[in-house]
Design a protein around this ligand. Structure first.
Ligand code: AMP
Ligand code: MG
Length: 425
């Protein structure tokens, strides 16, 4: 389909466009990293426990390891006296056998000595709770009966040998890192982070540190997009600003290919203006699917391949670029990065003001707050796609479905929460 313009005059729904993009990107391969650096990464392997955690039965309390039967009928008025035959600290290795009428002092995490089948917390004895600092008593008085297995953590209580504890696709949070450490796994196989090449285009753009000349603005988009890429777990590869002529765009895209881009994102240059050169380069060099998506803001959107690498051409207006990223690029990057949950949580919100649309599926910048047990939404002010600060004030995108032009105050809509992670709902 090289050089073809697909979709013609028909508008593609947001959902259909997203599905096409997701179909065209694949989960990247895995790489091994140190577990200490794996926070936020996505597992590329199932983790099967090589042994039980904990590996041995141990005490859940500081106290005395006893035979439960010996403590039957114990009370403060009629304590039961046991002979203290040993002291087992956490990490202890020597095995004493707790026979009838005897007990071993034991610390939290220490292996349960053979013969004992319960632990009596120190608070239920006549010994001080600061027992670790006290000499080992010859005898201990027990004030409460212990049920068999009381205050004992059996081997495998947490994780059983052979169990699949963590699955491919899981995002490693601190608790998952802890599980890997408990299983003695210093290295872990995770999905490679996608390299996302970012290209700004436009003759009016200057870099962040350059003074503005007449008619010029700073390139905001490639910075917003790089930050969005990072937040989605990708590695931004900044290709800089391409001028509005074919050769510059072409060269920068080839530089991206040479640097191993897994996905291209460009901003601007994909509409029908006389200088929309990104489109022209993609038509000449790649396989271009140029879509008019039934979306506001965000139309137009280009999806292509160049050198086999998927390419998403986002609009130039800063809000449109960021919203199109949120709706199309982010799910694609998450999928490439091995994530299973690709869409942000959506909540049902009550409108505190009426909202309007032109009938396209609209993503309006909104502030969602919670009052009296429900979510409410107001817009962040003027919704012009050039007003980036409308997004600064927002914590959500209010979604007006396609075909709807007016929604009164008090009605409900869905809001896509842009600051919430996946997996909340
Ligand atoms: P275009 O898609 O080239 O027609 O651009 C649409 C609007 O977005 C114009 O006002 C551009 O100046 C603006 N724009 C394009 N690229 C950027 C950028 N990287 N940063 C900020 N604004 C941009
Ligand atoms: Mg332009």
């Amino acid at each position: 389909m090289s050089g073809q313009v697909d979709a013609g005059d028909t508008l593609l729904s947001v959902e259909a466009a997203l599905q096409r993009i997701l179909t065209a990107v694949a989960v990247l391969d895995g790489e091994e990293v140190d577990t200490t650096t794996a926070l936020g990464r996505v597992l590329a392997e199932d983790i099967v426990a090589p042994f039980d955690v904990p590996p041995f039965p141990n005490s859940a309390m500081d106290g005395y390891a006893v035979r439960a039967a010996d403590t039957a009928g114990a009370s403060p008025e009629h304590p039961i006296e046991l002979r203290v035959i040993a002291d087992v600290a956490a990490g202890a290795t020597q095995a004493v056998i707790v026979g009838p009428g005897s007990a071993s002092r034991i610390m939290t995490g220490a292996p349960l000595p053979p013969g004992a089948d319960a632990v009596v917390p120190v608070e239920a004895t006549d010994e001080s709770w600061k027992q670790a600092e006290r000499p080992l008593p010859e005898r201990v008085h027990i004030f409460r009966p212990a049920a068999p297995q009381a205050h004992i953590r059996p081997a495998g209580e947490d994780i059983r040998q052979g169990e699949t504890v963590l699955r491919t696709g899981a995002r490693l949070r601190p608790q998952e890192i802890g599980v890997l450490a408990a299983l003695g796994q210093p290295r872990v196989r995770v999905v490679r982070r996608p390299h996302i090449a970012i290209l700004a285009t436009g003759d009016e753009l200057v870099e962040i540190n350059a003074p503005l000349g007449p008619g010029q603005i700073h390139d905001a988009n490639s910075y917003t997009l790089a930050a969005l890429v990072e937040a989605a777990g990708g590695l931004p590869l900044r290709l800089g600003i391409a001028r509005d002529f074919l050769e510059d765009v072409r060269q920068k895209l080839h530089a991206g290919l040479a640097q191993g881009a897994d996905l291209f994102l460009s901003s601007a240059g994909v509409s029908v203006g006389a200088y929309d050169v990104v489109k022209a380069v993609l038509e000449a060099e790649g396989e271009l699917g140029f879509w008019r998506v039934n979306m506001r803001p965000g139309k137009p959107l280009a999806f292509a391949r160049i050198g086999g690498v998927p390419f998403l051409g986002l609009p130039g207006n800063p809000v449109s670029a960021a919203v199109a990223f949120e709706v199309f690029a982010r799910p694609a990057i998450l999928k490439m990065g091995g994530r299973r949950e690709l869409t942000r949580p959506r909540v049902e919100v009550m409108l505190d003001e009426p909202v309007r649309s032109d009938g396209r599926e609209s993503y309006l910048r909104a502030v969602v707050t919670r009052r009296e047990g429900r979510y409410h939404a107001v817009l962040t002010g003027p919704q012009s796609s050039g007003v980036l600060t409308s997004l600064v004030r927002a914590n959500a995108l209010l979604v007006i479905p396609a075909g709807v032009r007016e929604v009164p105050a008090g009605a409900t809509l869905w809001a896509q929460m842009i600051d919430w992670p996946e997996g909340i709902f």
